[in-house]
Design a protein around this ligand. Sequence first.
Ligand SMILES: [Zn+2]
Length: 304
Amino acid sequence: MTKSTTLDYAMPVACVSTLREGKVPRHIVCLTFDFDTQSGFIARGMTSPTALSRGEFGLIGAQRILALLRSHAIRATWFVPAFTIESHPRACEALLPDGHEVAHHSWAHVPPAQQTRAEEEADLVRANEAIARLTGRKARGYRSPSWDLSENTVDLLLAHGFLYDSSLMGADYWPYRARRGDKVELGKPYGYGEQSELIEMPISWSLDDYPHFEFVRTPTAVLPGLQSARTVMENWRDEFRYMQQAVDWGVLTYTMHPYVIGRGYRMLALEGLLKDLAAAGAAFMTMEDAANEARARMFAPPSS
Ligand SMILES: [Zn+2]
């Protein structure tokens, strides 16, 4: 297939930025772990002992993931709700010695789309203070709970000094500049807002372990999950192969949850994926490092 050479090929016109591909192929992989423990269950009102224990299993999963990453010398990004930092401090301190990035994932795992601007900002600040106490500095990256930004989120992230967000799905292999002020009205054409300085590190439910694996039963719905781990990892492997075919420079982000991927047979499948990606030339990076590299490509003069 022919590799694309400009962003126009892949992205809506208002997303087009100055991101340039490299002369030497470089294919970055960001492993990201949303360390929710019980927070997501509590935010959804699932507070029976068994529901909470599903989140608690994330503490075991996180230990396994840390050991796996250490054995492959991979630094990853952990999006940690401050609920987890304050409920399970030792599990969060364990992320630090190997140089993993701790990024922002709210305090209580309530999606911003469900909050007023004041509530969202208060949660942002409270959680960032907990991250600063844990790591010594405020977060550079943000991922919204349940991937549902509000119309205020980009503004708030910029106001609070964030480098990147990782909650949108407008691209796959190319980070892009998050927009604010898109105008949407039923019956009218889409109105693109302005591009901001915030780097968007795009994600996809297809590259998230949760919908593939978690069995969730509520009074009104059943998410079946429980798919073959090998099949899911095969899909994820193919996504990397396609990135290599499609672009000379790109970032592929996988999203996982310790209480989901931490089950034994899934850990084996994940280990197989990591070995194959490494053999195929993947450059594993924290999302902050990848966002910095993307930003340099977006904003540097197009001479090199
Ligand atoms: Zn989460």
